[in-house]
Ligand binder design. Sequence first.
Ligand code: NAP
Ligand code: G4F
Length: 340
Amino acid sequence: MTAQKTAFITGITGQDGALLAAFLLEKGYVVHGLRLYSATDDAQRLSALLPNPSFRLHTGDMTDGGSLRHLITAINPDEIYNLAAQSHVQASFAVPEATANINALGTVRLLDILRDRERPARFYQASSSEMFGNAPAPQNEQTPMHPCNPYGAAKLYAYHMVRIYREAYGLFACNGILFNHESPVRGEEFVTRKITRAVAAVHAGRQDVLTLGNLDARRDWGDARDYVAGMWIMLRHPTPGDYVLATGETHSVRDFVTAAFACTGIMLDWTGSGLEECGIDRATGTPLVRIDPALFRPQELHTLCGDAALARRTFGWTPKTGFEGLVRTMVEADIAQLAG
Ligand code: NAP
Ligand code: G4F
């Protein structure tokens, strides 16, 4: 009989934290999660997990090394998944210092605690395709990294520290370089969920117009459930490393909007250009999508399209859900949520 494994997840209240916790509990793990002392609503994404006796929440903060050390000592985890972050790119321009403290130094705090331990846990770091910046697509592990916002720069520092602690101290520490991944529990401020919620609200007659920023930005959007499985598989491989997880397909924000409205039977036509561009309901002529210049970023990352061949070759990871399926799942979930 194999002993029950224990995992510690930072960022447990976020999209990936909640989905990974459910995944690991299903695999028979005891799951401990770090929630921010200021988090107000654990029930939002974790309600189904809270009654599970193998699921425990702890209060702490990635900017407070003492709380992290105390928790890791008490929990003695086999695996740590570092998912906590100030994860909003636009917000990172407004709070660059806080972003660096949480995303960059927070990671070093964890690594340094592990370095001192007799039996260090296997460590997964939530690295990001934002580290590539505007490097030409497709991006893979060999692509030079050149982030174009404070979020990407903080993630790049953490990425290098994971590699350095692996090489210098022999830690089993992996970087998952994940491209955008979404789900019905994606934060409402990210563009996909903002779109699917608006489409559901328009469908229910509760919203007239969706306002967006850059419609030309292209992202490699996958299903978050495929990606949390990839995090776990990565830590199963006998040797640690750095791996891209991506679908290999890229779509514009405009494509996502068009596909999302199509799920409710609304065909959009696009008219105008630049700030005057407008998405119009082909059947009625009603404008449904407009541009708000306030939603543009000081510097944009134009195109992400990942090449996950190394993860496929090394441990057989491939995403199961395609773009259309992801969009439909999110729209249907938001329609169901609105219907109550
Ligand atoms: P998310 O929904 O924004 O979750 C981030 C989590 O971090 C939340 O639980 C948040 O707590 C927590 N957090 C923020 N500041 C903290 C602090 N000071 N101390 C402790 N916890 C803190 O992000 P996600 O989409 O699940 O992404 C998970 C990780 O993967 C993040 O590191 C993100 O940067 C990275 N990533 C995401 C994607 C993607 O497409 N989703 C792609 C590549 C990399 P509150 O909820 O209380 O604020
Ligand atoms: O959904 P987004 O905010 O995600 P972004 O910036 O790609 O970052 C996400 O993915 C990264 C991985 O590549 C993660 F590391 C990061 O933590 C986060 O999860 O924006 C996607 C695109 C951008 O180009 C943005 O300019 O959508 C464009 N966009 C257009 N209108 C908008 C909007 N983004 C948001 N959030 N809101 C809009 O109204």
